[in-house]
Design a protein around this ligand. Structure first.
Ligand code: NAD
Ligand code: MG
Length: 392
């Protein structure tokens, strides 16, 4: 039986890489549904190639454009629009596995739907877990879903941990998340405030979506990943560390009680964690070039500089703060990054927006999707006010 897949965010960087892996294994996977937001031509090309039963565009006008083109091409794909259509696909009985590759908190509702429906849930959309926290994990438990990390660091940790999750706590000392240090690791600190969106989006090793690229430049991506690791692996914040490793050959590590360290290595290519999520517990070809240890240059490590990356510390602070704080931090950061990309604030002001929003929004312990969305909206409104006050 083929695994029936829904790829949420198929037109994005992770979505495209997922389809690249899937295309290598037509015997294993059937693409049932694809979703995007506004990229009509990219979605049309994916529909022609993968013939999904359903394609959803989050934006209604773009769905209409897609529907017209699908009709002209006489394709059989049914076109739908809107967030609720994406949510219902994520929980549909026609789907076995859901690749969650929407960017930002917009992916939370479909992730929860997939979790409640007991799907195999391939989680790239880290913001959904950062916002959803305990609510998300409860939905996974109660729905009987299988949550598989796609973020490369978390996939590396998952591959390095022993399989019997119940006893991790006793045997693991700490989790070491590696980070490339992003495009500004060595940039003159005095010029960092004036970094442009183009410079921030020029990641040294990966072509990624714009939001995660900016997060990588501020290291807020790593902050979100510390929170993600805390939830995924049930690790207290003091047992999670970050080390900069610019070559991105080691994708993260686990240190055990006896001082032994397990690491997962490979060429930096998202198709590896994607292929592992798709095939776990088996392994399939990912299309990724192999590491060549005969030609491999040196691997180096650095401590993240708190002056250069002030946002990183917010992860540990938020994990120790009252429930809901991580959701506030994520909302503030999404608003700040969008404002930076629109050139409304400077690069260094992203951190200022995050700090000020955390100061002025008191979270309440969210008990479900509605409360989370309400908190997210409240934090976004506050962050927008801060942006407005700072605006260039
Ligand atoms: P991207 O911007 O390239 O793609 C995002 C996708 O989500 C697109 O298909 C877009 O159409 C869709 N989308 C955007 N807003 C939406 C909305 N409001 N409703 C519905 N769909 C919407 O982003 P990406 O780089 O592919 O990242 C996706 C997720 O994966 C992010 O959470 C990111 O942190 C995570 N991730 C990405 C990488 C990477 O290498 N790109 C690595 C690890 C984790
Ligand atoms: Mg990552």
């Amino acid at each position: 039986m083929k695994q029936r897949l829904a790829i949420l965010g198929s037109t994005g960087s992770i979505g495209v890489n997922t389809l690249d892996v899937v295309a290598r294994h037509a015997d294993r996977f059937e693409v049932v549904a694809l979703t995007g937001a506004t990229q009509v031509d990219a979605m049309l090309a994916q529909c022609e190639r993968f013939c999904p039963r359903i394609a959803v565009m989050a934006s209604a006008p773009h769905a209409q454009q897609l529907a017209e083109k699908i009709k002209q091409k006489r394709l059989l794909t049914q076109v739908e629009s809107g967030a609720s259509a994406i949510e219902s696909i994520a929980g549909s009985t026609d789907v076995d596995a859901v690749m969650a590759a929407i960017v930002g908190a917009a992916g939370l509702a479909p992730c929860l739907a997939a979790a409640r429906a007991g799907k195999r849930l391939l989680l790239a959309n880290k913001e959904a877990l950062v916002v959803g926290g305990e609510v998300f994990l409860r939905a996974v438990r109660e729905g009987g879903a299988t949550l598989l990390p796609i973020d490369s660091e978390h996939s590396a940790i998952f591959q390095s941990l022993p399989e019997d999750a119940a006893t991790w706590g006793e045997r693991v000392d700490k989790i070491l998340l590696t980070s490339s240090g992003g495009p500004f690791r060595t940039r003159d600190l005095a010029t960092l405030r004036d970094a442009t969106p183009e410079q921030a989006c020029a990641h040294p090793n990966f072509a990624m979506g714009r939001k995660i690229s900016v997060d990588s430049a501020t290291m807020m991506n790593k902050a979100l990943e510390v929170i993600e690791a805390g939830y995924l692996f049930g690790m207290p914040p003091e047992r999670i560390e970050v080390v900069i490793h610019p070559q991105q050959i080691i994708h993260s590590m686990v240190q055990f009680r006896d001082a032994s360290v397990m690491a997962q290595l490979g060429t930096p290519d998202m198709r590896v964690p994607i292929a592992y999520g798709l095939s776990w517990p088996e392994r399939i070809e990912s299309g990724t070039p192999r590491l060549d240890f005969n030609t491999l240059a040196a691997m180096t490590f650095e401590v993240p500089d708190p002056q250069r990356f002030p946002g990183l510390q917010l992860a540990w602070d938020a994990l120790r703060a009252p429930p809901g704080t991580c959701a506030v931090l994520n909302a503030a950061n999404e608003v700040a990054v969008a404002a930076f990309l629109e050139r409304a604030i400077r690069f260094d002001q992203i951190h200022a927006v995050n700090l000020m929003t955390l100061e002025c929004v008191q979270p309440h312990a969210p008990d479900g999707l509605e409360a989370l969305l309400h908190l997210d909206a409240r934090a976004r409104a506050a962050a927008r006010e801060v942006v407005h006050g700072l605006a260039l």
